[in-house]
Design a protein around this ligand. Sequence first.
Ligand code: DGL
Length: 270
Amino acid sequence: MSSQLPIGVFDSGVGGLTVVKEIMSQLPDERIIYFGDTARVPYGNKSQETVIKYSRQIARFLLSEKVKAIVIACNTASAFALETLTAELDVPIIGVVRPGARAAAEVTKNGRIGVIGTEGTVRSGLYGTYIRELRPDVEVYGKACPLFVPLVEEGLHDDEVTELMAKRYLAPLLAKSVDTIVLGCTHYPLLRGVVSKVAGDGVTLVNPAYETARDLRELLAEKDLLANSGTQREHQFFVSDGAEQFRAFANSILPCEMIETDAVNVKVFA
Ligand code: DGL
């Protein structure tokens, strides 16, 4: 396996771009091939079986593009499909849940952590499992926030409707006096401003993307797969629908200009 091959990153849609942004910043020599399953978003309300099926299709697509490693930049897919894909695939693969759990376990002072995410991620209870592996004394409270994803996709990052929903979603966590909230969905870092305003200064927000990029670096170093410095970076972005809309969104949050996005039908790889 050549270290000059790209890294495959995928999400159900645009949310994984928050992870891409962090990988670009921490691993500037790496080339990225991104797949956003915009035709089938959201994953958050789907069954584990369906999320595994979709994730498997996308992994096959990324492998056909000859990636050297895969990052599941989606909490729901990480919670539901990482174990299966790890067992099935020959490339190194990481998700975002374990790195985020570790960061939360390190950050909390009062031992009360809130996890916000999709219904699937919260239902899986995986953040709690991983956090308690590190800190058995900690209490973890999950809260699904299903309307946050469409609010992000509609670009309502800083809107009164979003703030109203944040107040409603965070109330039960704040009532438990959490001092840490994990942004357990890759869309949510885009709502950081509103969530932080509602949660207040006493609450630290954890974005698992930062720790995921750090773990990716360690994993690549361990496998001797870090790209040489000064490598030519030409990232590629694929989606299953709405390429133009995706491109506009990506250009609003990524540090590089995306010239074109290819639409690919992942069912071809089923
Ligand atoms: N980005 C996905 C995640 O991190 C949420 C969006 C969805 O429901 O597909 O879980």
